[in-house]
Design a protein around this ligand. Structure first.
Ligand code: SF4
Length: 374
């Protein structure tokens, strides 16, 4: 098993001075911290603004951030413990309350806190029964936390029962382990056996990689990606645009291009969702759109497939573009099927970091008519 060690205390990170740690102690008391020797080895510790450092090392601003821990009220979408149903045809199955490291921008920081285990699936029998009784749910995202942190045996306990559900057509395992600790993927061949066993001749399994910066694509990460592909498992990538980490068109274009070179589909790039403890990471919606548009211009043709997505508590909404003082959106995936693909526009607000920050949106509802005409 991987020799790379995990740390859950800044005291164990020798590159952090005592002075800095004293400043960060209140943050690590409030929000979970985790990193590992592999990811730490990628950080340029001489640069206080190194993007990979910002990915995992807390900042004092986290402590000052307002907002709620469950800003998007995910709890209200729980249909069986561990199973969230945000969209009419898709559920998320939460199987782990830990990740290879903790992204400081994470919008699910609550999941790593003490007592949050009640969000993780326990009774796969009930979950399978729910999915069988709701055949309109055809997509399942296996998430957490990070499912690939688990041992092969634990992962199997969650995943194997899903093969009984005929109506689940697409399974996506959401994991940042290719970036955070690819050695786990390389060395844990049983875990790859479990993933492979989920495939049937006509039903594939996807792993979404969450590569957020090109420097995460090391030779070891490439080996892990190739091993996943060798098992016939397809891969996609989705990641947020995060202040100080990748809010640069060149950096994002490089991720898009590298993904295509590695046979990974650029699925979506999302607006970092503001929640308690990550507000300082958030880029305004229209700034993110500008960055994404420039990145696409810089990326090669095949690499331009990623959509810019804002995840609200009732839908995933694609940010389409801006023109004549209005910003255009399209429902990509809605809780209510009648909204799917509906297009609408709102008065531009360059400061808006979230849907609710737009004048015409109140209580999550848009006052503009929804439809194909804008
Ligand atoms: S990998 Fe995902 S769930 Fe884990 S800390 Fe990062 S954003 Fe959160």
């Amino acid at each position: 098993m991987s020799q790379h060690k995990y740390f859950t205390s800044l005291e164990k990170v020798p590159q952090i001075s005592e002075e800095e740690r004293a400043l960060l102690d209140p943050v690590q008391e409030e929000f979970y911290f985790r990193t590992n020797t592999y990811y730490n080895s990628l950080i340029n510790w001489d640069d206080p603004d190194d993007p990979l450092r910002k990915m995992v090392i807390p900042s004092v601003q986290e402590h000052d951030d307002g907002g709620l821990l469950d800003e998007y009220d995910e709890q209200s979408t729980v249909v069986v413990q561990g199973l969230q149903r945000k969209y009419y045809n898709q559920c998320s199955l939460l199987v782990a309350s830990v990740c290879g490291a903790t992204c400081r921008y994470c919008y699910r920081k609550r999941i790593f806190m003490e007592g949050a285990n009640d969000e993780i699936a326990v009774d796969m029998g009930k979950i399978v029964a729910y999915l069988q009784q709701n055949p309109e749910v055809t997509c399942l995202v296996i998430t957490g936390g990070d499912p690939l942190v688990l041992s092969a045996a634990k992962l199997k306990k969650f995943l194997q029962p899903l093969r009984e559900v005929e109506t689940i057509r697409h399974i996506r395992v959401s994991s940042k382990m290719v970036a955070f600790n690819p050695h786990k993927i390389i060395e844990d061949t049983e875990m790859l056996d479990v993933l492979e066993s989920l495939r049937t001749p006509d039903k594939n399994v996807w792993v979404s990689a969450h590569i957020t910066h090109p420097r995460e694509i090391t030779d070891v990460a490439v080996r892990a990606i190739n091993l996943i592909h060798d098992r016939g498992i397809s891969m996609m990538n989705n990641f947020p645009i995060v202040k100080g980490i990748n809010d640069d068109p060149q950096v994002i274009a490089e991720i898009y291009n590298r993904m295509v070179e590695l046979g990974i589909f650029n699925y979506y790039t999302y607006i970092c969702s503001p929640t308690k403890g990550n507000v300082s990471c958030v880029i305004p919606v229209e700034k993110a759109l500008e960055i994404q548009e420039q990145a696409k211009r810089l990326a090669s043709g095949f690499s331009r497939t990623a959509r810019l997505i804002m995840c609200t508590n009732t839908a995933n909404i694609e940010v389409l573009g801006k023109s004549d003082g209005r910003i255009y959106f399209q429902f990509f995936h809605a809780r209510e099927p009648q909204y799917d693909n509906a297009i609408f526009s709102l008065k531009s607000n360059p400061e808006a970091c979230w849907f609710e920050d737009y004048e015409e949106v109140k209580n999550g509802e848009c006052k503009q008519p929804l439809g194909q005409q804008v």
